[in-house]
Write a protein that binds this ligand. Structure first.
Ligand code: 8YV
Length: 317
């Protein structure tokens, strides 16, 4: 049977088998390998109905507009701030993501970064590896207790809830800020982001990315979190004013930062790399064998569903 054709925006290198599994099922047009991508799109424009992409690679309006018969964009990952959903929906083009399957692993990394910051885990590892302990070069400074402290969640969605649940396990008080209070949770709601930051010992950013949350965590919020407060970001780098965060960390006006995402990935400010009260990860919150498999299964199910029913399984709003 002739394989259905899809346009793949880029290599899904975050999965060990995604490229091969897509090629096994579909005739894949590999946009990222085309020397002249505009010419490639013009050449295939008429026969591309479906795009496969990812949360990081997204899909820009110029690609969408170059494909008159495009009907669905299926993305590997939960975030879709890199997809021009407005342009897609304006033409009734379906857009799908892979929600829920990565909630626990992303929440786990948020906790890994929180603990690393609070208890100097990355710093301690460097200290031992540098033989500073062995050679009695100074001491690792005291850390900050996590258990029983105040955990603030910015963006209590499904990932934010998984993070909050873990906080209960550490006997923490949990509060959150959303645009509106949720009626289906018992956590304290803070209508003001500043109030939540002032209240929190640890402020975890779990919002969506994109224009609606750009620099939501600004200098004022970070100053409210304060010199003993720590900010953790597993959402998108664009949500925090990175320059302000670096400046406040350098001034000692912010206690620490645990970051899996950055404003201009993969570029990370050199100042952050030199700070010991900062834990850094390369956007790997979903990067476990189990979760990346589940994300791929979800992507494949969305593609299959579209080709057999004309609908996707997990459409974005
Ligand atoms: C990406 C992520 O999926 O799912 C998301 O929104 O940010 C990550 O899990 C991964 O980096 C591949 O794009």
């Amino acid at each position: 049977m002739t394989k259905k054709r899809i346009l793949q925006i880029g290599s899904l290198s975050g999965s060990p088998t995604a490229n091969a599994e897509l090629a096994e099922r579909y005739e894949v047009l590999e946009l990222w390998k085309a020397p002249d991508q505009a010419a490639f799109l013009r050449e295939h424009a008429q026969d591309i109905e479906v795009i496969a992409t990812s949360a990081v690679m997204g899909c820009k309006a110029d690609v969408i507009n170059a494909l008159p018969n495009l009907k669905a964009i299926c993305s590997w990952g939960v975030g879709y701030d890199t997809i021009n959903v407005e342009a897609a929906h304006a033409r009734n083009i379906l857009v799908s993501n892979t929600p829920d399957v990565l909630n626990d692993c992303v929440a786990d990394i948020a906790w890994g970064l929180l603990l690393a910051c609070a208890r100097n885990i990355a710093w301690g590892d460097r200290f031992v590896r540098a033989n500073d302990w062995e050679n009695k070069v100074g001491m690792l400074p005291l850390g900050t207790r996590v258990s029983g402290k105040k955990l603030g969640i910015v963006g209590l969605g499904r990932i934010g809830e998984a993070i909050a649940r873990r906080g209960l396990g550490f006997d923490m008080q949990v509060a959150y800020h959303n645009r509106n209070a949720r009626k289906d949770v018992a956590y304290e709601y803070k209508a003001s982001l500043i109030d939540l930051a002032q209240w929190s010992d640890f402020l975890v950013i779990a919002t969506v990315g994109g224009a609606s949350t750009k620099h939501l965590i600004n200098e004022q919020v970070l100053r409210a979190l304060g010199p003993k407060g720590m900010v953790i970001n597993i959402a998108r780098g664009s949500v925090i004013d990175e320059q302000a965060m670096v400046r406040l960390l350098a001034e000692g006006a912010l206690g620490g930062a645990g970051l899996d995402v950055f404003e201009h990935e993969p570029k990370v400010p050199d100042e952050l790399k030199k700070m010991n009260n900062v834990a850094l990860m390369p956007h790997v919150a979903s990067a476990t064998h189990e979760t990346r498999r589940a994300m791929l299964d979800s992507l494949l199910e969305n593609l299959e569903s579209f080709f057999t029913t004309g609908k996707v399984i997990t459409p974005v709003a």
